[in-house]
Design a protein around this ligand. Structure first.
Ligand code: PGA
Length: 271
């Protein structure tokens, strides 16, 4: 596991965008070799999306040969609703970049058969060749995608009922602080789906996520903190700001900060 600790939320977004850009470029995607990218919604990745849009505008990176797979989507929220993840992704990212909409994959939370929709999504990922880089965030309760506390750590894409903490978090960020407006169910990739990716990159910012980060990396693997499943992944990169490290041991923070010169090479554009 690599843990990159940066000063601010803004620098987390910049660093993450540089890393994604470098991964895509180094992969040298083409018509017969698409880069497969797993993507999250939420407040945390917004700065990364902003930077990626800018890099694409400057011609530093292209999404022409990128296929995207979003982690989750609400159930029964119209696709054109302001807070649907379809809408979020188009508003904040896809409409500003050169991706072909046919390469965008987002679960359909309005499908008549939700289980079949989840199976279809898993099959699409396999057909594309698996996910090269899965980007995510974590919730204050340690969830990853919508794998709420107690979710199976080998789960696949499925329907989930959202936890109280998640409803509260999403209500305050996106639904005028009104819990009754937040859909109670969602479709989400499973922990197993995420663990199948070649690499997983997680962004964590703010003191409110610090206990979840501690549970994710400093304690044992535990299905009540589903992000801790990442300890079993071969190639994980966590990028956080200083505030998110508040609950970590001083020794842990010092250790990873000491590796910063090594980590900086990960976004070095000169090699
Ligand atoms: P946030 O959501 O980025 O809006 O904090 C992350 C999550 O709950 O997974």
């Amino acid at each position: 596991m690599r843990l990159v600790i940066l000063d601010t939320q803004k620098s987390v977004g910049e660093w993450a965008a540089k890393y994604v850009m470098k991964r895509i470029k180094d992969f040298q995607p083409g018509p017969d070799k698409f880069f497969r990218l797993g993507l999250p919604t939420g407040k945390t990745p917004l700065e990364m999306y902003k930077n990626l849009i800018e890099y694409q505008r400057q011609g530093k990176v292209s999404f022409k040969y990128v296929k995207t797979f979003n982690m989750d989507e609400y159930v029964d929220l119209p696709r054109d609703h302001m807070q649907s993840y379809h809408n979020f992704m188009y508003q904040n990212f896809f409409q500003h970049i050169d991706i072909d909409p046919k390469n965008v994959h987002i679960l359909d939370g309005n499908a008549s058969d939700l289980n079949a929709e989840c199976e279809r999504f898993e099959a699409e990922i396999v057909k594309a060749g698996g996910i090269e880089l899965f980007i995510g965030g974590i919730g204050a309760d340690g969830h990853i995608a919508f794998n709420e506390p107690g979710s199976s750590l080998v789960s696949r894409t499925r329907v989930k009922t959202l936890a109280e903490e998640t409803l509260r978090g999403n209500a305050s960020s996106f639904f005028d602080n009104d819990m009754s407006k937040v859909p109670k169910r969602a479709l989400t990739v499973g922990c197993g789906t995420i663990l199948d990716a070649n690499e997983v990159m997680i962004l964590i910012t703010g003191a409110q996520k610090s206990f979840a980060l501690y549970k994710t990396i400093e304690e044992g693997i535990n299905h009540m903190w589903t992000a801790s499943c990442l300890q079993q992944h071969k190639n994980v990169l966590l990028i956080c700001d200083d505030d998110a490290t508040l609950e970590l041991r001083v020794k842990t923070v010092k250790y990873f900060k000491g590796l910063m010169s090594v980590h900086s090479k990960l976004i070095d554009e000169t090699d």
